[in-house]
Design a protein around this ligand. Structure first.
Ligand code: ASP
Ligand code: MG
Length: 424
């Protein structure tokens, strides 16, 4: 009997019927003789709806109370799924993250898993139960308060459990047939990637590909857990995320120059205008962001004008942190000595990713040519060894992704199926 961990995303359990459908799928896995642990997300857009509700009640809800609220989403779906399984004659028990022994740091809304003490899960598995764990949540080892692990982090719960339970692999069930060469909602001619390395998947996730949570991929790489991303709405094979050495020869991505195009519409840009070009001013600017616990993505500093001795610094950050960042910087305006702040959240990020670009020159030129041919202006640029990212105007994001996808020969004739979900 081997142990497997399955995770089902919110769009796979959006309503009562879907929960029963997922229960039947789990029952089949159980009948194959596996010891099954299931990690479940909140139903449909529940997390977003709870978040909206919180902001209707309070303009700045306390993060501790937000976590108390948001963790109820996964608790609902976990309990409902256990009921559906028991009705099928399959013994099942649901557990909150805290009950499952998911111990985290205390940072509400973005806690990290410190360890998992799986005593109750082990016991439940030993009793022959399908063991269902509410995703994306845990309990702080210090405060004993309930925490959440960040949006989309049920994937991380699943991988962490797979590691601690010694599972053979982890299946991530979602509303598309795997990881595609671009978001199938934007590029219907996108192609399923049969196998992808942890490194490339990490770049894709960091660049906005939401099908797998970034920290989940990091965790999987560290623990050497093979991950199968696939649809809960079909029995089609999905995408295997593995170490480089484990990828079948014919599927090795070095043969292809580019693995995929990622897009992200969730960032905003701040420009700090007229910063005195002196030692320490940039450091101070980003100290302020760090103190506010805001993650910065791209940074661009202009050459300073000789006449004024001043320069502009632009950077991108999550749109959801935009207002806090502006407030924090304005509070130190005189100290840093900048002239004004510009804020723009009508931007989008397009990234071209592939291990093959290490050995193929000309990727940047081809990418930028494709953007130019579509009359798309590049606002910011950043690169890594296996990624090139640019910021463009938000309304041009889809065209930019499509253009890059075509330029690198990634289009197929078929149409990628999006089975469900609102894309929220
Ligand atoms: N329900 C949470 C979210 O929507 C966690 C997850 O789905 O992974 O972010
Ligand atoms: Mg969700």
């Amino acid at each position: 009997m081997s142990r497997i961990v399955q995770k089902y995303g919110g769009s796979s359990v959006a309503d009562a019927e879907s929960i029963k459908r997922v229960a039947r799928k789990i029952a089949r896995a159980k009948q194959r003789g596996d010891a099954v642990t299931v990690v479940i997300s909140a139903m449909g857009d529940t997390t977003d709806e709870l978040m909206d509700l919180a902001y209707q009640v309070s303009p700045q809800p306390q993060t501790r109370e937000l976590d108390m609220l948001l963790t109820t989403g996964e608790r609902q779906s976990a309990a409902l799924l256990a009921m559906a399984l028991n009705d099928l004659g399959v013994k099942a028990r649901s557990y909150t993250g805290s009950q499952a022994g998911v111990i985290t740091t205390e940072r509400h809304g973005d806690a990290r898993i410190v360890t998992i003490t799986p005593g109750r899960i082990e016991k439940s598995l030993a009793q022959g139960n399908v063991t269902i764990v509410a995703g994306f949540q845990g309990v702080s080892q210090d405060t004993k308060d309930v925490t959440t692990l960040g949006r989309g982090a049920s994937d991380t719960t699943a991988i962490a459990l797979a590691a601690v339970l010694g599972a053979k692999y982890c299946e991530i069930y979602t509303d598309v047939d795997g990881v595609f060469t671009a978001d199938p909602r934007i590029v219907p001619t996108a192609k399923r990637i049969p196998e992808i390395t942890y490194e490339e998947m990490m770049e894709m996730a960091a660049a906005g590909t939401k099908v797998l949570h970034l920290r989940a991929v990091e965790y999987a790489r560290r623990e050497g857990i093979a991950v199968h991303v696939r649809s809960s709405f079909s029995d089609n094979p999905g995408t295997w995320v593995k170490g480089h050495a484990d990828i079948a020869k014919g599927n090795q991505m070095e043969e292809a120059m580019i693995t995929g195009i990622a897009s992200d519409a969730s960032e905003a840009k701040i420009t700090v205008v007229g910063v005195p070009d002196e030692v320490g001013r940039a450091a101070r600017t980003f100290d302020v962001m760090a103190a506010a616990e805001i993650n910065i993505d791209m940074i661009v500093q202009n050459v300073s004008a000789v006449s004024t001795g001043r320069t502009d610094i632009s950077f991108t950050l999550p749109m959801s942190d935009g207002q806090r960042a502006v407030q924090a910087l304005n509070a130190v305006k005189d100290e840093i000595g900048f002239e004004e702040l510009l804020y723009d959240d009508q931007i989008g990020k397009v990234s071209v990713i592939g291990i093959g670009m290490r050995t193929h020159p000309g990727v940047t030129a081809a990418f930028f040519d494709a953007l130019a041919a579509n009359d798309i202006n590049i606002d910011m640029i950043s690169t890594s060894e296996i990624r090139i990212s640019v910021i463009v105007e938000a309304p041009k994001l889809a065209t930019a992704v499509q253009a890059a996808h075509t330029t690198f020969g990634l289009d197929t004739n078929g149409e990628a199926v999006v089975y469900a979900g609102t894309g929220r």
